[in-house]
Write a protein that binds this ligand. Structure first.
Ligand code: FAD
Length: 455
């Protein structure tokens, strides 16, 4: 906590750019502009933001983002350029845990047939999925554009209204898909997010060798910028020569000046530090509320397959605090798993569940997750060796109905301050990287571009 007695560092140094926030968005900007007169400020002791990974046994618990979308996405290309190895997740099963039962099938068609919903609902669902595929496949992982008719359709109604869903079990299925991408129920967000997630699940997904944090670690190591960690930005004020930034580090308040400032922190945090923001911009950013998430992992004394069976990587869970359960060992070599004999299981909770868990001690919250784990897999009882939990108060920015109208204002730079982060697009790593690339092109368009390699 800073106090009035904190020392103020003497002369304000001037940078071409100050980037606020060292998640994948801020780090990508700092890396891409390739200028050594750039300062990146990150409040945590290490950069990476929502890409945080820890080792448990021989495996990796990705506490935040755990999969990279598509082979042709900007984030996958960035990982490749940085020399970070991605492994294709060889998904062979489609599954859901619903009504205390595992529905597991080797094809989408068989999955649909096995769902515990009336036959007429299965037929309706199959036809609607076919329609969704043909109409919206080309908007997956794309930047939402205010004038695009397909984005407009997906923005103005929830999926419940778009697909006219009436059956409670079908609704519960869509809720679980929606919560995994937005933290909110299907009737609380625009169709855009659940449709994107649904189509996306069927596409290629990658696991980062060593954990998702390897991408942000590589960005931090390879950027020409000066990266300061433990540096919490407390005030950002436009002035005659650019932008003044104040940050607190080790109890000392520092002031720096920048020609350009890039805000790469969640919108509510941006609002709390920027002074003199125009009303339209403030109102647009205020629309970007975040949902919370909690993730937990359990190292168990049997290979994960013993519980999951073959071919299951990620299973949505309907009707519990846990909204998804997965096998993070899925992409590890078979001989390593056999030799080690242990497994890892990851569970996560969405907004309401997470907020409830965040009121508890870590041990109590882990008990809730462990009870869910043993309810889903009774054979897991007594097998837990080690457990870990991480809460994310700013996990995902749900796409509320009608937000497309504000998207241009959300993104617009003002007074030499530029805005990036996943919330300026859809959500997820690809969105964060897309937003960073947009900001880099904004900086390139400046009268005096700052994208110059001085090293
Ligand atoms: C549990 C979970 C699972 C997820 N799973 C996936 C997934 O599988 N695939 C996927 O694509 N996406 C996933 N996501 C989403 C993905 O992690 C995010 O979209 C992405 O990491 C956002 O990056 P960002 O740089 O925009 O924001 P962040 O990563 O949040 O970075 C913002 C940074 O700013 C810092 N900061 C905040 N305030 C200040 C301040 N005042 N001064 C200085 N620094 C500050 C923060 O500490 C943070 O490091 C998941 C997210 C969570 C929470």
């Amino acid at each position: 906590m800073t106090t009035q007695s904190n020392a103020l560092s003497s002369v304000a140094q001037t940078y071409d750019v100050v980037v606020v926030g060292g998640g994948i968005a801020g780090l990508t900007v700092a890396y891409r502009i390739n200028n050594n007169n750039v300062l990146l400020l990150e409040k945590e002791p290490f950069a990476g933001g929502r890409t945080r990974s820890i080792n448990m046994g021989p495996y990796v618990f990705n506490q935040g983002a755990q999969m990279i979308p598509g082979g042709d996405t900007n984030v996958a290309k960035l990982a490749d350029e940085l020399g970070v190895k991605l492994t294709l997740i060889n998904k062979t099963k489609t599954s859901t845990y619903i009504k205390d039962k595992f529905i597991i099938a080797s094809s989408e068609f068989k999955y649909l047939l096995s769902l515990p919903i009336p036959l007429v609902e299965k037929i309706k669902m199959a036809l609607k999925i076919l329609h969704m595929r043909s109409r919206y496949s080309n908007v997956v992982d794309k930047s939402p554009r205010s004038g695009d008719p397909k984005f407009k359709e997906l923005d103005e109604k929830s999926i419940v209204d778009l697909l006219k869903i009436r059956d409670p079990d079908v609704k519960a299925l869509w809720d679980s898909i929606s919560k995994s991408s937005s933290t909110l129920r299907a009737d609380e967000v625009a169709s855009f997010q659940p449709v994107n997630t649904f189509l996306h699940h069927a596409a290629d997904e990658f696991f980062v060798e060593g954990g998702t944090v390897e991408i942000t670690r590589a960005l931090a190591n390879q950027t020409a910028a000066r990266v300061e960690t433990g540096a919490s930005v407390i005030e950002v004020t436009p002035n005659d020569t650019g932008v003044a930034i104040q940050y607190e580090q080790n109890g000392i308040i520092h002031s720096v000046q920048a020609r350009k400032c890039v805000m790469a922190i969640p919108a509510p945090l941006t609002l709390s530090v920027i002074r003199d923001l125009p009303d339209a911009k403030r109102a647009a950013l205020a629309q970007c509320e975040y949902g919370a998430m909690s993730s937990a992992a359990f190292l168990v004394d049997k290979p994960s397959e013993y519980l999951f069976g073959k071919g299951n990587w990620r299973v949505p869970v309907v009707g519990m605090t846990t909204i998804g359960i997965g096998d993070p060992t899925f992409t590890f070599p078979e001989d390593l798993k056999l030799q080690d004999g242990r497994g890892l299981i990851r569970l996560y909770a969405g907004n309401d569940g997470s907020r409830m868990l965040q009121q508890m001690s870590d041990d109590e919250a882990l008990e809730v997750f462990e009870n869910d784990l043993c309810h889903i897999f009774p054979a897991a009882r007594g097998l837990v060796i080690e457990r870990s939990i991480k809460h994310w108060p700013y996990a995902i920015c749900p796409w509320r109905i009608g937000r497309l109208e504000a998207i241009d204002d959300i993104r617009a730079p003002y007074d030499n301050i530029h805005y990036c982060g996943d919330y300026t697009e859809n959500s997820g790593l690809e969105s964060a990287v897309l937003s960073a690339l947009r900001v880099v092109s904004e900086l390139l368009d400046c009268p005096h571009p700052i994208i110059t390699n001085k090293s």
